[in-house]
Design a protein around this ligand. Structure first.
Ligand code: KIV
Ligand code: NA
Length: 270
């Protein structure tokens, strides 16, 4: 069984790889590629559920997708992202929601968009046996405060807050930290300042690992952030397959003889 200890062991030796996945076939592909961590991100809201932000994603949505990914994953560590307002309002409810991902859906850990309000909560979850991945820098659940998705930690005071919060979450027992859309020298400084592995997205090359939304990485997303890299063009491949299907049905080329089952003996109905 993969555990958070595997990550700790790998950090600093070799770069840690993490990708999101939201469904079983994608999780299988990602797991077969020996990716270390599969994050069932609340980015499922944008990527798969047709929402403009992650805010509408529910605990039930996450549970459904975490279950699908866990069932299809053998080797990777499965991390369940906790959606907007599923944590941080009431401690008991936060722990029940996070615990459900491990207890019922097969996740190995949860991720919380972190802030001053998640230090004690992280400690409590870890004490109870729920490993926590922290997340600092750009935290997309704050889109209404940001008015978009701007880079974070770009002045001294903001950078210092991120360094301090990273240290506080390490002390609270987080096993790893995602750093999203921050200057690369800040990500390097955080990585230097704490012992737990940092995993960057739009945070430069000096983190202990990297994460991308899988739809962005394979080229399925209609839009992706400038810091993402497209390593394939799945969207083009699907567009061409779907167009070929439509043409084949319309022209009568599909189904051909080999796609049709043998006729049954139905003389009586004629
Ligand atoms: O939801 C998500 O996919 C994430 C990653 C981008 C870190 O939080
Ligand atoms: Na997320």
């Amino acid at each position: 069984m993969p555990t958070v200890r595997d990550l700790t062991a790998k950090a600093g030796e070799e770069p840690i790889t993490m990708l999101t996945a939201y469904d079983a076939p994608t999780a299988e592909i990602v797991d077969d590629a020996d990716v270390d961590v599969i994050l069932v991100g609340d980015s499922v809201g944008n990527a798969s559920l047709g929402y403009e932000t992650t805010l509408p994603v529910t605990v039930d949505d996450m549970a459904r997708h975490v279950g699908a990914v866990s069932r299809a994953t053998e080797d990777a560590l499965v991390v369940a992202d906790m959606p907007f307002l599923s944590f941080g309002v009431d401690e008991g409810e936060s722990i029940e929601n996070a615990g459900r991902m491990l207890k019922e859906e097969g996740a190995h850990a949860v991720k919380l968009e972190s802030g001053p309000h998640t230090v004690d909560l992280t400690e409590k979850m870890v004490q109870l046996g729920i490993p926590v991945m922290a997340h600092l820098g750009l935290t997309p659940q704050h889109v209404n405060q940001y008015g978009g998705y701007p880079r974070q930690g770009t002045d001294e005071a903001a950078a210092e807050r991120i360094v301090d919060l990273a240290a506080a979450h390490e002390v609270a027992g987080a096993f790893s930290l995602v750093l999203e859309h921050v200057p690369s020298n800040l990500a390097a400084a955080v990585t230097e300042a704490i012992d737990i592995p940092t995993i960057g997205i739009g945070a430069g090359p000096d983190c202990d690992g990297q994460v991308l939304v899988v739809d962005d990485a394979v080229g399925l997303s209609e839009w992706s952030p400038s810091f993402a890299k497209q390593f394939g063009n799945v969207r083009e491949e699907m567009e061409s397959a779907v167009a070929d299907y439509v043409e084949a049905v319309e022209s009568g080329a599909f189904p051909a003889e080999e796609h049709s089952h043998e006729e049954a003996d139905l003389e009586d109905i004629y």
